[in-house]
Ligand binder design. Sequence first.
Ligand SMILES: Cc1cc2nc3c(=O)[nH]c(=O)nc-3n(C[C@H](O)[C@H](O)[C@H](O)COP(=O)(O)OP(=O)(O)OC[C@H]3O[C@@H](n4cnc5c(N)ncnc54)[C@H](O)[C@@H]3O)c2cc1C
Length: 441
Amino acid sequence: MDDVSHHSSRMSAVQQFDVIVLGAGISGLVAASIFSAEGKRVVVVDEYDHVGGNHIDWTSDEGYTFDVGSLIFQDDSPLLRHFPELLEHYVPIKPSWGRLNPQGKITVYPISIRDDILGAGPIGVIRIFASVLRARLFCRRMENARDFARYWIGAYLLHRSGLATYMRRFYGIDAEEIDLDLARKRMLWIAEYASLINLLRRSLRHKRKTGPKNRQMARPKKGFGVLYGSSVSRLENCGVVFKLSAHSRQLHKAGSGYELVLDDGTLSANRIISTVPINVAERICGNGQASALKTITLITLYFSFAGERGFSQPIIYNFSHDGSWKRLTVYSDFYGRAAEREYFAVEVIAGAVTSSEQAEVDFRKHACANGLFRGDLKLEGSHVLANAYPIYSKGAAQSAAEAIARLKGFGIESIGRQGGFNYQPTARVSTIDVENAIAAP
Ligand SMILES: Cc1cc2nc3c(=O)[nH]c(=O)nc-3n(C[C@H](O)[C@H](O)[C@H](O)COP(=O)(O)OP(=O)(O)OC[C@H]3O[C@@H](n4cnc5c(N)ncnc54)[C@H](O)[C@@H]3O)c2cc1C
């Protein structure tokens, strides 16, 4: 082949777009919706074979559908401004949350005045108040999440309520190692609960019965495919191209824009939005950097059950000092039983346990010791998810900001839960963050 024909065949193999979006999770979908509404030609590329990113489900042969943890959405979420068709697929629910405390009792989440404070007995109550007073007077200097929580509820209640243990379980590191900024951003509820004025306000509000502002919704019984399928069809009708199961080999500058080389073709665009993990974007653009940002690996165990349950709420958090599991969600409370059995998922942060097998043994032992499930408990399956949450050790936010700035220097706008190394608790927050990031100059 001569030079000219080689050049022209390469040109024809390159598909031209205005924007390439890496990742088809909530952040990628919202980004595609924004650019498509502006009339831009958009391509969304994902290594996963499905849209929805880490909204991942699995259905057993018996017909139980589980997910790795994302389940609850709201009918006033800004996500619905982009994808109104989602609403008809959600299942309205009335969730309630409980918490297994270190005393082995299922009680109120996140803290119970009756069980955690009054339940400590007269001497315990004195100790709680003495430790709060001590913290307010002598522990005003804060360097980490433990200092923050101790300042507000005192060291004694922090331990007695199991909050310190839960923080370690949730964030994957001891509370002493968790960045103070994250604590200030994400744990404000501790300060709110600890304020007497707020306590009074809350109890008055309860009495006035203002009613909920929004409705809680669960994913469809059959999983996320049904949910996001209609959004993908609509975006495709507007000209958005989806390339799933696509391995991105390399991103390089070409003229005034960029070319993304996939296994089966090349895409070009002037703007690159990345919502994939930072180290994945670093690999693709080959900038020689591989940021050592730590993330949590989440093991999710899928169980079915017949027998007697030791609690009534569909969602239970583990605040006890033992057991590696973090949260369990009983789907059959929302969708009804299947084959006359209840079914639920258990989220476990990898660390003390490193495999699904170990996680199962640990959970069974702990659930049995606390009377959570008496009867026939059957493991139906499991899922291991890397990059589930960022680990906010001290200095991690700074390292992430530097990596994002390097990517920006190359031309990649790295946003979203993975791309922004940002603990986004809900799809609502992810939507707002993407809207703001794209609107920013
Ligand atoms: C366990 C869990 C429970 C949650 N529960 C809820 C809930 O009930 N309600 C709610 O509103 N929100 C919930 N969230 C938060 C919500 O799911 C996120 O805000 C949202 O999914 C973030 O979307 P994203 O596109 O930014 O990132 P993600 O969906 O995390 O990922 C984007 C893309 O990154 C790439 N990627 C991700 N992981 C990897 C990997 N390991 N290797 C290579 N590529 C990868 C994929 O291409 C993926 O499409 C939950 C999140 C988790 C992890």
